[in-house]
Design a binder for this molecule. Structure first.
Ligand SMILES: [Zn+2]
Ligand SMILES: [Zn+2]
Ligand SMILES: [Zn+2]
Length: 266
């Protein structure tokens, strides 16, 4: 299978802005070997950090996730210990199917393919023909597919972890909001209590003042004054009311009565 041009020429011919190309370069360089010519860079979450690896480095960093001989992806369920061989390299511990390990005897000293030849071995060395055209065979395709499966599984786990983290932070935020609201309510309650405490003596003082103010009004002198005032006003009102009729009628009637009495005496 022929492959498209490598990542380096693509970046070089890119006409995108400088910021975009910087980001592209960053994600197209292997974090482990630093290679920029690895065709595809896989994104994985390794030990809680987002990492970018070429196919070879990704497989080397996930030795227990696949069989380094047939490239079967274990997907977190490796073969039973009785059906696998563990690499004796203390830094590797890759798990190889017992049927893929051949007649490795003793099994305790078994070395996986990359550990057998650590300097020159590569899981994904592209085949380059005389014209510089790069291609992959069946084995390389299987290695690439295995690496892609590991990356996909890793990113799925990263999504789940991110969701769990977001949920936890959401719960923490809700709890913090609730505590803040309760604290505010407590402060408001304390403030109201304090205000009530400071208002009570003033109320007492003002009620005492009112009583003192009211006492002189109830004294006899003042009472008389008010009564007099009301009486005088009442008399004035009656006089003003009766001005028109009673004061005019009463003298004439009295005159008539006097005349009648005088006539009678004569
Ligand atoms: Zn690499
Ligand atoms: Zn295998
Ligand atoms: Zn190994």
């Amino acid at each position: 299978m022929n492959l498209p041009s490598s990542t380096t020429p693509t970046t070089a011919t890119s006409t995108s802005p400088s910021s975009d190309s910087t980001e592209t370069n960053f994600t197209e360089r292997c974090d482990d070997c630093g290679s920029r010519d690895s065709w595809v860079i896989h994104t994985v979450r390794l030990r809680g950090t987002l990492r970018f690896f070429c196919t070879h480095c990704l497989l080397r960093n996930h030795p227990t996730s696949f069989c380094p001989s047939c490239f079967a992806f274990y997907d977190s369920s490796p073969p039973h210990p009785s059906r696998r061989v563990t690499c004796s390299n203390s830094k590797c511990h890759s798990l190889t199917h017992i049927q893929c390990a051949g007649d490795a005897k003793p099994a305790s000293s078994y070395l996986c393919p990359p550990c057998r030849n650590p300097t020159s071995f590569s899981f994904f060395r592209l085949i380059v023909d005389g014209n510089g055209c790069r291609s992959v065979d069946k084995t390389l395709s299987e290695a690439f597919l295995c690496a892609a499966k590991i990356a996909a599984s890793s990113m799925n786990k990263a999504v789940i972890a991110a969701k769990c983290d977001a949920d936890r932070r959401g719960r923490e935020a809700a709890l913090a909001r609730k505590r803040a609201r309760e604290a505010l309510e407590h402060v408001v309650m304390l403030d109201e209590k304090e205000k009530a405490r400071s208002v009570m003596p003033k109320l007492k003082e003002s009620s005492v003042d009112r009583v003192i103010d009211q006492k002189p009004k109830l004294s006899p002198a003042s009472n008389n004054g008010t009564v007099k005032e009301t009486e005088s006003s009442a008399t004035t009102s009656t006089t003003t009311k009766n001005n028109g009729s009673t004061e005019k009628q009463n003298p004439s009637m009295q005159l008539a009565k006097v005349k009648q009495e005088a006539d009678a005496s004569r």
